[in-house]
Ligand binder design. Structure first.
Ligand code: TYD
Ligand code: MG
Length: 456
Protein backbone atom coordinates (compact mmCIF):
# COMPACT_ATOMS: atom_id res chain seq x y z
CA UNK A 1 0.00 0.00 0.00
CA UNK A 2 1.18 3.48 -0.80
CA UNK A 3 1.99 5.54 2.24
CA UNK A 4 0.82 9.14 2.31
CA UNK A 5 2.98 11.23 0.03
CA UNK A 6 5.17 8.31 -1.05
CA UNK A 7 5.86 7.86 -4.75
CA UNK A 8 7.47 5.00 -6.61
CA UNK A 9 10.15 5.57 -9.23
CA UNK A 10 11.09 3.03 -11.88
CA UNK A 11 14.82 2.32 -11.66
CA UNK A 12 14.92 1.64 -15.36
CA UNK A 13 13.05 4.46 -17.09
CA UNK A 14 12.49 6.96 -14.28
CA UNK A 15 8.68 6.94 -14.53
CA UNK A 16 6.98 7.88 -11.28
CA UNK A 17 3.81 6.21 -9.97
CA UNK A 18 1.80 6.89 -6.86
CA UNK A 19 1.07 3.18 -6.26
CA UNK A 20 3.53 0.33 -6.10
CA UNK A 21 3.10 -2.43 -8.64
CA UNK A 22 5.21 -5.30 -9.88
CA UNK A 23 5.49 -3.88 -13.37
CA UNK A 24 6.36 -0.34 -14.42
CA UNK A 25 3.53 1.23 -16.38
CA UNK A 26 6.07 3.36 -18.25
CA UNK A 27 8.52 0.85 -19.71
CA UNK A 28 7.00 -2.50 -18.74
CA UNK A 29 10.05 -3.63 -16.72
CA UNK A 30 9.40 -5.89 -13.73
CA UNK A 31 10.40 -5.25 -10.11
CA UNK A 32 11.95 -1.90 -10.85
CA UNK A 33 9.70 0.34 -8.75
CA UNK A 34 11.31 1.69 -5.61
CA UNK A 35 9.72 3.91 -3.04
CA UNK A 36 10.96 7.47 -2.92
CA UNK A 37 10.85 9.66 0.13
CA UNK A 38 9.89 12.68 -1.95
CA UNK A 39 6.47 13.85 -0.87
CA UNK A 40 5.84 16.17 -3.79
CA UNK A 41 4.66 14.62 -7.04
CA UNK A 42 6.88 15.54 -9.96
CA UNK A 43 5.88 18.74 -11.69
CA UNK A 44 4.10 20.23 -8.69
CA UNK A 45 5.28 23.67 -7.66
CA UNK A 46 7.01 24.07 -4.35
CA UNK A 47 4.81 25.94 -1.90
CA UNK A 48 5.76 29.58 -2.18
CA UNK A 49 7.34 31.10 0.87
CA UNK A 50 6.38 34.68 1.71
CA UNK A 51 5.05 36.57 -1.29
CA UNK A 52 2.38 34.76 -3.26
CA UNK A 53 3.11 36.81 -6.40
CA UNK A 54 5.72 36.10 -9.06
CA UNK A 55 8.38 38.62 -10.08
CA UNK A 56 6.78 39.58 -13.37
CA UNK A 57 7.85 38.17 -16.68
CA UNK A 58 10.26 40.02 -18.98
CA UNK A 59 9.71 39.23 -22.64
CA UNK A 60 12.36 39.76 -25.29
CA UNK A 61 12.26 39.83 -29.07
CA UNK A 62 13.68 37.27 -31.44
CA UNK A 63 15.71 39.92 -33.26
CA UNK A 64 17.75 40.80 -30.18
CA UNK A 65 21.37 39.74 -30.39
CA UNK A 66 22.80 37.03 -28.16
CA UNK A 67 26.56 36.92 -27.82
CA UNK A 68 28.11 33.52 -28.53
CA UNK A 69 28.83 31.68 -25.28
CA UNK A 70 32.45 31.79 -24.16
CA UNK A 71 34.25 28.47 -24.46
CA UNK A 72 37.07 26.71 -22.69
CA UNK A 73 39.25 24.99 -25.24
CA UNK A 74 40.42 21.77 -23.60
CA UNK A 75 43.28 21.19 -25.99
CA UNK A 76 41.84 17.83 -27.06
CA UNK A 77 40.59 19.02 -30.45
CA UNK A 78 38.39 16.02 -31.25
CA UNK A 79 36.62 16.46 -27.91
CA UNK A 80 36.25 20.22 -28.38
CA UNK A 81 34.76 19.80 -31.82
CA UNK A 82 32.09 17.38 -30.65
CA UNK A 83 31.22 19.83 -27.86
CA UNK A 84 30.68 22.53 -30.48
CA UNK A 85 34.09 24.23 -30.25
CA UNK A 86 35.07 23.82 -26.61
CA UNK A 87 33.31 23.43 -23.29
CA UNK A 88 30.88 26.18 -22.24
CA UNK A 89 31.44 27.46 -18.67
CA UNK A 90 28.41 26.78 -16.50
CA UNK A 91 27.27 23.87 -18.63
CA UNK A 92 26.86 20.23 -17.71
CA UNK A 93 27.92 17.44 -20.04
CA UNK A 94 27.02 13.78 -19.68
CA UNK A 95 29.51 11.33 -21.19
CA UNK A 96 28.01 7.87 -21.60
CA UNK A 97 29.62 4.65 -22.71
CA UNK A 98 30.07 0.96 -21.98
CA UNK A 99 32.31 0.05 -19.05
CA UNK A 100 35.91 -0.20 -20.26
CA UNK A 101 35.43 1.81 -23.45
CA UNK A 102 37.78 4.52 -22.16
CA UNK A 103 35.65 7.23 -20.54
CA UNK A 104 37.98 7.73 -17.57
CA UNK A 105 40.98 7.74 -19.87
CA UNK A 106 39.46 10.34 -22.19
CA UNK A 107 38.36 12.66 -19.40
CA UNK A 108 41.70 12.46 -17.60
CA UNK A 109 43.33 13.54 -20.85
CA UNK A 110 40.78 16.32 -21.34
CA UNK A 111 41.28 17.58 -17.76
CA UNK A 112 45.07 17.34 -18.00
CA UNK A 113 45.32 19.15 -21.33
CA UNK A 114 42.92 21.86 -20.20
CA UNK A 115 44.90 22.27 -16.96
CA UNK A 116 48.14 22.61 -18.90
CA UNK A 117 46.50 25.45 -20.83
CA UNK A 118 45.73 27.24 -17.59
CA UNK A 119 42.20 26.10 -16.70
CA UNK A 120 41.60 25.10 -13.07
CA UNK A 121 40.59 21.44 -13.33
CA UNK A 122 39.43 18.85 -10.82
CA UNK A 123 38.92 15.12 -11.34
CA UNK A 124 36.70 13.47 -8.75
CA UNK A 125 36.51 9.70 -8.92
CA UNK A 126 33.94 7.64 -7.11
CA UNK A 127 35.13 4.44 -8.73
CA UNK A 128 38.86 4.35 -8.22
CA UNK A 129 41.31 5.36 -5.51
CA UNK A 130 43.48 8.44 -6.04
CA UNK A 131 46.52 6.16 -6.47
CA UNK A 132 44.87 4.36 -9.38
CA UNK A 133 43.82 7.58 -11.11
CA UNK A 134 47.25 9.09 -10.56
CA UNK A 135 48.99 5.93 -11.76
CA UNK A 136 47.04 5.97 -14.99
CA UNK A 137 47.73 9.66 -15.56
CA UNK A 138 51.44 9.02 -15.01
CA UNK A 139 51.45 6.14 -17.48
CA UNK A 140 49.87 8.46 -20.02
CA UNK A 141 52.62 11.04 -19.47
CA UNK A 142 50.31 13.56 -17.83
CA UNK A 143 52.00 13.68 -14.41
CA UNK A 144 53.03 17.33 -14.85
CA UNK A 145 49.49 18.61 -15.44
CA UNK A 146 48.10 20.57 -12.47
CA UNK A 147 44.85 18.58 -12.13
CA UNK A 148 43.45 18.27 -8.62
CA UNK A 149 42.42 14.70 -7.81
CA UNK A 150 39.97 13.42 -5.23
CA UNK A 151 38.31 10.09 -4.54
CA UNK A 152 34.88 10.78 -3.10
CA UNK A 153 31.31 9.55 -3.41
CA UNK A 154 29.51 11.77 -0.92
CA UNK A 155 27.64 14.48 -2.75
CA UNK A 156 27.61 16.73 0.30
CA UNK A 157 31.42 16.60 0.59
CA UNK A 158 31.85 17.24 -3.13
CA UNK A 159 29.45 20.19 -3.23
CA UNK A 160 31.13 21.67 -0.18
CA UNK A 161 34.56 21.30 -1.72
CA UNK A 162 33.46 22.81 -5.02
CA UNK A 163 31.87 25.78 -3.28
CA UNK A 164 35.08 26.50 -1.42
CA UNK A 165 37.46 26.28 -4.35
CA UNK A 166 36.80 27.72 -7.78
CA UNK A 167 37.30 25.49 -10.81
CA UNK A 168 36.78 25.95 -14.53
CA UNK A 169 36.24 22.27 -15.28
CA UNK A 170 35.21 19.43 -12.99
CA UNK A 171 34.98 15.75 -13.96
CA UNK A 172 32.69 13.51 -11.90
CA UNK A 173 33.49 9.84 -12.56
CA UNK A 174 30.83 8.45 -12.36
CA UNK A 175 27.38 9.86 -11.58
CA UNK A 176 26.19 6.36 -10.61
CA UNK A 177 28.63 6.19 -7.68
CA UNK A 178 27.51 9.49 -6.14
CA UNK A 179 25.12 9.45 -3.22
CA UNK A 180 23.34 12.02 -1.18
CA UNK A 181 22.49 11.46 2.49
CA UNK A 182 19.26 13.39 1.93
CA UNK A 183 17.81 10.31 0.23
CA UNK A 184 17.40 6.83 1.58
CA UNK A 185 17.72 4.99 -1.72
CA UNK A 186 21.02 3.22 -2.41
CA UNK A 187 23.81 4.59 -4.61
CA UNK A 188 23.14 4.02 -8.30
CA UNK A 189 19.35 4.14 -7.88
CA UNK A 190 17.36 6.55 -9.99
CA UNK A 191 16.57 8.66 -6.95
CA UNK A 192 20.22 9.09 -6.05
CA UNK A 193 21.46 9.62 -9.57
CA UNK A 194 18.78 12.19 -10.26
CA UNK A 195 19.42 14.02 -7.00
CA UNK A 196 23.18 14.04 -7.51
CA UNK A 197 22.91 15.18 -11.13
CA UNK A 198 20.40 17.88 -10.18
CA UNK A 199 22.64 19.29 -7.45
CA UNK A 200 25.74 19.21 -9.64
CA UNK A 201 23.99 20.86 -12.61
CA UNK A 202 22.71 23.59 -10.30
CA UNK A 203 26.22 24.14 -8.97
CA UNK A 204 27.57 24.32 -12.53
CA UNK A 205 25.10 27.06 -13.44
CA UNK A 206 25.57 28.99 -10.21
CA UNK A 207 29.35 28.99 -10.20
CA UNK A 208 29.96 29.06 -13.92
CA UNK A 209 31.98 25.84 -13.79
CA UNK A 210 31.75 23.28 -16.57
CA UNK A 211 30.92 19.86 -15.13
CA UNK A 212 31.40 16.61 -17.03
CA UNK A 213 29.47 13.65 -15.61
CA UNK A 214 30.42 10.11 -16.55
CA UNK A 215 27.45 7.79 -16.98
CA UNK A 216 27.59 4.04 -17.49
CA UNK A 217 25.42 2.62 -20.17
CA UNK A 218 23.18 -0.39 -19.68
CA UNK A 219 22.98 -3.35 -22.03
CA UNK A 220 20.05 -1.72 -23.80
CA UNK A 221 22.21 1.27 -24.66
CA UNK A 222 20.61 3.84 -22.39
CA UNK A 223 22.59 5.65 -19.75
CA UNK A 224 22.02 3.40 -16.76
CA UNK A 225 18.61 3.86 -15.28
CA UNK A 226 18.40 7.56 -15.48
CA UNK A 227 17.19 8.68 -18.84
CA UNK A 228 15.98 11.31 -16.41
CA UNK A 229 19.34 13.00 -16.28
CA UNK A 230 19.70 13.30 -20.05
CA UNK A 231 17.26 16.21 -20.03
CA UNK A 232 18.95 17.94 -17.09
CA UNK A 233 22.29 18.35 -18.81
CA UNK A 234 23.23 20.64 -21.69
CA UNK A 235 25.00 18.02 -23.77
CA UNK A 236 24.98 14.24 -23.96
CA UNK A 237 28.01 12.60 -25.56
CA UNK A 238 28.37 8.92 -26.30
CA UNK A 239 31.74 7.18 -26.37
CA UNK A 240 31.61 4.07 -28.55
CA UNK A 241 33.92 1.34 -29.73
CA UNK A 242 33.78 -2.32 -30.62
CA UNK A 243 35.67 -4.78 -28.47
CA UNK A 244 38.89 -5.89 -30.14
CA UNK A 245 39.31 -2.70 -32.18
CA UNK A 246 41.44 0.22 -31.02
CA UNK A 247 39.18 2.91 -32.51
CA UNK A 248 36.84 4.95 -30.34
CA UNK A 249 34.16 7.31 -31.60
CA UNK A 250 32.84 10.25 -29.60
CA UNK A 251 29.37 11.26 -30.75
CA UNK A 252 27.12 14.12 -29.75
CA UNK A 253 23.62 12.87 -28.97
CA UNK A 254 22.32 16.19 -27.65
CA UNK A 255 23.96 19.58 -27.51
CA UNK A 256 22.41 22.88 -26.48
CA UNK A 257 25.54 24.71 -27.60
CA UNK A 258 26.38 23.07 -30.90
CA UNK A 259 25.51 20.60 -33.63
CA UNK A 260 24.88 16.97 -32.73
CA UNK A 261 26.11 15.31 -35.89
CA UNK A 262 29.80 15.80 -35.16
CA UNK A 263 32.07 12.90 -34.27
CA UNK A 264 35.53 12.70 -32.75
CA UNK A 265 37.77 9.76 -33.55
CA UNK A 266 40.40 8.37 -31.18
CA UNK A 267 42.71 5.41 -31.10
CA UNK A 268 43.40 3.61 -27.80
CA UNK A 269 47.06 2.81 -27.33
CA UNK A 270 49.53 2.13 -24.53
CA UNK A 271 49.70 5.79 -23.57
CA UNK A 272 45.98 6.49 -23.61
CA UNK A 273 43.89 7.85 -26.45
CA UNK A 274 45.41 9.58 -29.44
CA UNK A 275 43.38 11.79 -31.73
CA UNK A 276 42.77 10.70 -35.30
CA UNK A 277 42.52 13.96 -37.19
CA UNK A 278 41.85 12.54 -40.62
CA UNK A 279 39.82 9.38 -40.20
CA UNK A 280 38.67 9.00 -43.81
CA UNK A 281 40.92 6.04 -44.64
CA UNK A 282 41.00 4.56 -41.15
CA UNK A 283 38.31 1.96 -41.66
CA UNK A 284 39.48 0.77 -45.04
CA UNK A 285 41.03 -2.59 -45.57
CA UNK A 286 44.00 -1.54 -47.66
CA UNK A 287 45.91 -4.81 -47.55
CA UNK A 288 45.32 -7.25 -50.35
CA UNK A 289 42.70 -7.60 -53.08
CA UNK A 290 39.08 -6.72 -52.48
CA UNK A 291 37.28 -10.05 -52.59
CA UNK A 292 33.73 -10.88 -53.61
CA UNK A 293 31.42 -9.64 -50.86
CA UNK A 294 33.28 -6.40 -50.15
CA UNK A 295 32.11 -2.91 -51.05
CA UNK A 296 33.66 0.39 -49.99
CA UNK A 297 31.08 2.85 -48.73
CA UNK A 298 31.82 6.56 -49.15
CA UNK A 299 30.12 7.87 -46.03
CA UNK A 300 29.84 11.10 -44.10
CA UNK A 301 30.30 11.05 -40.33
CA UNK A 302 29.52 14.39 -38.75
CA UNK A 303 31.00 16.94 -41.10
CA UNK A 304 33.71 14.66 -42.48
CA UNK A 305 33.82 12.05 -45.22
CA UNK A 306 34.80 8.56 -44.04
CA UNK A 307 35.40 5.55 -46.27
CA UNK A 308 34.57 2.21 -44.78
CA UNK A 309 34.36 -1.32 -46.10
CA UNK A 310 31.14 -3.34 -45.93
CA UNK A 311 31.82 -7.08 -45.92
CA UNK A 312 29.11 -9.61 -46.66
CA UNK A 313 28.99 -13.37 -46.71
CA UNK A 314 26.03 -15.19 -48.22
CA UNK A 315 26.28 -18.95 -47.70
CA UNK A 316 23.92 -21.96 -47.94
CA UNK A 317 22.10 -22.45 -44.67
CA UNK A 318 22.57 -25.68 -42.76
CA UNK A 319 19.45 -25.19 -40.66
CA UNK A 320 15.78 -24.60 -41.29
CA UNK A 321 15.88 -20.96 -40.27
CA UNK A 322 18.66 -19.10 -42.02
CA UNK A 323 20.86 -16.85 -39.90
CA UNK A 324 21.07 -13.07 -40.27
CA UNK A 325 23.97 -11.51 -38.36
CA UNK A 326 25.09 -7.91 -38.64
CA UNK A 327 27.85 -5.92 -36.94
CA UNK A 328 28.08 -2.14 -37.25
CA UNK A 329 24.80 -1.63 -39.09
CA UNK A 330 21.10 -1.77 -38.29
CA UNK A 331 19.57 -5.26 -38.50
CA UNK A 332 16.20 -3.82 -39.51
CA UNK A 333 17.84 -2.02 -42.39
CA UNK A 334 19.55 -5.27 -43.42
CA UNK A 335 16.19 -7.04 -43.47
CA UNK A 336 14.79 -4.28 -45.68
CA UNK A 337 17.68 -4.39 -48.15
CA UNK A 338 17.42 -8.19 -48.36
CA UNK A 339 13.68 -7.94 -49.02
CA UNK A 340 14.22 -5.40 -51.80
CA UNK A 341 16.97 -7.55 -53.33
CA UNK A 342 14.57 -10.52 -53.32
CA UNK A 343 11.46 -8.70 -54.54
CA UNK A 344 13.00 -6.33 -57.11
CA UNK A 345 16.22 -7.98 -58.24
CA UNK A 346 15.43 -11.68 -58.21
CA UNK A 347 18.12 -12.65 -55.72
CA UNK A 348 17.01 -15.33 -53.25
CA UNK A 349 18.17 -15.40 -49.63
CA UNK A 350 15.46 -17.68 -48.20
CA UNK A 351 17.73 -20.70 -47.76
CA UNK A 352 20.97 -18.83 -47.15
CA UNK A 353 22.75 -17.44 -44.11
CA UNK A 354 23.64 -13.78 -44.40
CA UNK A 355 26.45 -12.09 -42.48
CA UNK A 356 27.18 -8.39 -42.84
CA UNK A 357 30.06 -6.63 -41.15
CA UNK A 358 31.25 -3.02 -41.15
CA UNK A 359 35.04 -3.21 -40.99
CA UNK A 360 37.06 -1.49 -38.29
CA UNK A 361 34.39 -1.33 -35.59
CA UNK A 362 32.58 1.74 -36.89
CA UNK A 363 28.78 1.96 -36.54
CA UNK A 364 27.06 3.30 -39.65
CA UNK A 365 23.58 4.80 -39.41
CA UNK A 366 23.33 6.75 -42.66
CA UNK A 367 20.66 5.60 -45.14
CA UNK A 368 23.26 6.36 -47.83
CA UNK A 369 24.90 3.06 -46.89
CA UNK A 370 21.96 1.01 -48.29
CA UNK A 371 23.50 0.64 -51.74
CA UNK A 372 26.91 -0.30 -50.31
CA UNK A 373 25.31 -3.01 -48.20
CA UNK A 374 23.26 -4.24 -51.16
CA UNK A 375 26.35 -4.25 -53.38
CA UNK A 376 28.34 -6.26 -50.83
CA UNK A 377 25.47 -8.75 -50.44
CA UNK A 378 24.94 -9.14 -54.17
CA UNK A 379 28.68 -9.39 -54.78
CA UNK A 380 28.90 -12.30 -52.35
CA UNK A 381 25.69 -13.98 -53.58
CA UNK A 382 26.84 -13.77 -57.22
CA UNK A 383 30.50 -14.39 -56.36
CA UNK A 384 31.58 -11.37 -58.39
CA UNK A 385 34.04 -8.89 -56.90
CA UNK A 386 33.52 -5.17 -57.41
CA UNK A 387 36.33 -3.26 -59.11
CA UNK A 388 39.20 -2.58 -56.71
CA UNK A 389 38.94 1.20 -57.21
CA UNK A 390 35.15 1.49 -56.76
CA UNK A 391 33.20 3.23 -53.97
CA UNK A 392 29.45 2.89 -53.44
CA UNK A 393 26.71 5.06 -51.92
CA UNK A 394 22.99 5.65 -52.34
CA UNK A 395 19.72 5.19 -50.50
CA UNK A 396 17.37 2.39 -51.55
CA UNK A 397 13.61 2.73 -51.46
CA UNK A 398 11.16 -0.14 -50.99
CA UNK A 399 10.22 0.14 -54.64
CA UNK A 400 13.82 -0.61 -55.59
CA UNK A 401 14.85 2.88 -56.62
CA UNK A 402 18.30 4.27 -55.83
CA UNK A 403 17.83 7.72 -54.35
CA UNK A 404 20.30 10.62 -54.19
CA UNK A 405 21.89 11.32 -50.82
CA UNK A 406 23.39 14.36 -49.13
CA UNK A 407 26.85 15.72 -49.93
CA UNK A 408 27.58 13.51 -52.93
CA UNK A 409 30.35 15.89 -54.05
CA UNK A 410 32.24 15.61 -50.78
CA UNK A 411 31.98 11.80 -50.88
CA UNK A 412 33.32 11.63 -54.43
CA UNK A 413 36.14 14.09 -53.76
CA UNK A 414 37.36 12.18 -50.71
CA UNK A 415 37.23 8.90 -52.62
CA UNK A 416 39.23 10.41 -55.47
CA UNK A 417 41.78 11.73 -52.98
CA UNK A 418 42.27 8.21 -51.61
CA UNK A 419 42.88 6.73 -55.04
CA UNK A 420 39.39 5.52 -55.99
CA UNK A 421 38.40 6.09 -59.59
CA UNK A 422 34.85 4.82 -59.88
CA UNK A 423 31.61 5.25 -57.97
CA UNK A 424 28.47 3.16 -58.08
CA UNK A 425 26.05 5.89 -57.11
CA UNK A 426 22.62 7.47 -57.72
CA UNK A 427 22.10 8.71 -61.27
CA UNK A 428 22.28 12.38 -60.28
CA UNK A 429 25.82 12.10 -58.89
CA UNK A 430 28.34 14.02 -60.91
CA UNK A 431 32.10 13.69 -60.69
CA UNK A 432 35.09 15.41 -62.22
CA UNK A 433 37.88 13.30 -63.76
CA UNK A 434 39.68 11.16 -62.75
CA UNK A 435 36.51 9.95 -61.03
CA UNK A 436 33.85 8.19 -63.14
CA UNK A 437 30.33 7.71 -61.85
CA UNK A 438 28.37 4.62 -62.84
CA UNK A 439 24.97 6.13 -62.19
CA UNK A 440 22.10 3.79 -61.35
CA UNK A 441 18.43 4.71 -61.01
CA UNK A 442 17.25 1.30 -59.89
CA UNK A 443 18.81 -1.30 -57.62
CA UNK A 444 18.19 -3.99 -60.24
CA UNK A 445 20.45 -2.09 -62.64
CA UNK A 446 23.24 -1.92 -60.04
CA UNK A 447 22.93 -5.67 -59.35
CA UNK A 448 22.98 -6.50 -63.04
CA UNK A 449 26.18 -4.47 -63.48
CA UNK A 450 27.81 -6.25 -60.53
CA UNK A 451 26.78 -9.66 -61.91
CA UNK A 452 27.98 -8.91 -65.46
CA UNK A 453 31.03 -6.91 -64.44
CA UNK A 454 29.64 -4.15 -66.70
CA UNK A 455 31.05 -0.82 -65.54
CA UNK A 456 30.73 1.35 -68.63
P1 TYD B 1 38.80 3.27 -18.86
O1 TYD B 1 39.09 4.67 -19.21
O2 TYD B 1 39.07 2.84 -17.47
O3 TYD B 1 37.30 2.89 -19.26
P2 TYD B 1 35.92 3.37 -18.60
O4 TYD B 1 36.21 4.50 -17.70
O5 TYD B 1 35.07 3.73 -19.78
O6 TYD B 1 35.36 2.20 -17.90
O7 TYD B 1 39.62 2.38 -19.91
C1 TYD B 1 39.73 1.06 -19.73
C2 TYD B 1 40.37 0.34 -20.85
O8 TYD B 1 41.29 1.10 -21.62
C3 TYD B 1 41.13 -0.80 -20.27
O9 TYD B 1 40.62 -1.98 -20.86
C4 TYD B 1 42.54 -0.57 -20.62
C5 TYD B 1 42.52 0.39 -21.74
N1 TYD B 1 43.64 1.33 -21.73
C6 TYD B 1 44.61 1.24 -22.72
O10 TYD B 1 44.57 0.39 -23.59
N2 TYD B 1 45.65 2.14 -22.71
C7 TYD B 1 45.77 3.11 -21.77
O11 TYD B 1 46.73 3.91 -21.80
C8 TYD B 1 44.76 3.18 -20.75
C9 TYD B 1 44.83 4.23 -19.69
C10 TYD B 1 43.72 2.28 -20.78
MG1 MG C 1 36.07 4.53 -15.61
Amino acid sequence: MARDGAVYACQSCGAVQTKWSGQCSGCGAWNTLVEEAQARPPGALAPARGAAKGRGLNFEGLEDETPAPPRISTGVDEFDRVCGGGVVPGSAILLGGDPGVGKSTLLMQVAAHAARKGAACAYISGEEAVEQVRGRAQRMGLADAPVKLAAETSLRTILDGLKRERFDLVVIDSIQTMWSDAHEAGPGSVTQVRAAAGELVRLAKKQGVAIILVGHVTKEGTIAGPRVIEHMVDAVLAFEGERGYPFRILRGAKNRFGATDEIGVFEMGDAGLSEVRNPSALFLNTSGERAAGAAVFAGIEGSRPVLVEFQALVAPSAYGTPRRAVVGWDSGRLAMVLAVLEARCGLGFGDRDVYLNVAGGLRISEPAADLAAAAALASSALDQALPQDCVVFGEISLSGEVRPVSRMDARLKEAAKLGFRRALAPGDADAAPPMTVTGVGRLADAIRRIGDGDWN
